[in-house]
Design a protein around this ligand. Sequence first.
Ligand code: AHR
Length: 330
Amino acid sequence: MRKLLLAALFLTLTLCSACGARTASPGDAAEEDLTVIGMCQVGAESDWRVADSESMKTVFTEENGYRLLFEDARQKQENQISAIRKFIQQRVDYIVLMPISESGWESVLQEAKEAGIPVILVDRMVDAADESLYAAHVGSDFLREGAMAAQWMEGVFPDERENVGIIHIHGTLGSTAQLGRTAALEAALEKHENWELLARLDGDFTQAKTYEVMTEYLSSLPGRGNIDVVYCENDNIAFGAIQALEEQGYVCGRDGARVITFDATRGALTQCLEGRIALAVECNPLLGPLVEEVIQTMEAGGTPEKHRYVEEQVFTAEDLTEALIEAREY
Ligand code: AHR
């Protein structure tokens, strides 16, 4: 296991402050025994993302034997690439990357490989054909999540003669979460001729952007739209969509637009219990312990599983209670 030289760490930390929050600061000689993790998070665009960062920070502590260098890329791939290059210069032991989108990673991952630093991909994937560019991937099966939502829709709208009007609000284009959830909806639209895509809007996984695009869309309609389903690719998109719909007099729930969301954070489950959200598909952000397992396997000289997908479920109001939501970790 390679350890950082304290002097080098101090120098680098002093020089590199431009790329976001840092959890680490130079310490004493005991640090030489710490495993150094350079972690590059997408940003803080959603409640899910905040919970994911928290999960990492809870696991990778000095008490647990780690020194975490945490970079928030503020939604920019170029910030992620600069952070990785910095981690390579710092000679960290492992790089943990949550890639904002799938493309454009080959060169920088090759640089990490040549420096002998294992890269662990978390949450989303990269589309690099060469699997040796990363040691392991831990995250969600986004296509499966979308398929679970489509299956639920088939149960709610069984009549193939009835028109089903759907608004699709997608997340960051080119991200694995967007690609998988969108592909599942597209496959279902192909399958059901009576399902009509009324609009496809870009919510970029944020509440503010969704509120804006949804308000604009609803205002542009000549009359009241026949909206049966709003397929929102994460909770924050759902919050923005509901806000816009209700402001314009639409009802969200059994008697109106059925809002589908992904993540199932506490806020979304609360709205699901209240009836505003019809279906919440779980996307588990608590990935810190799984990433630690990968690192522990490698520290012990083993080879981690290349892809590890977390188990996830769906929730409707019938599955929920206040106590269950209260007990939830995110
Ligand atoms: O990649 C996971 C997705 O990214 C989550 O659904 C979303 O909330 C986050 O921003």
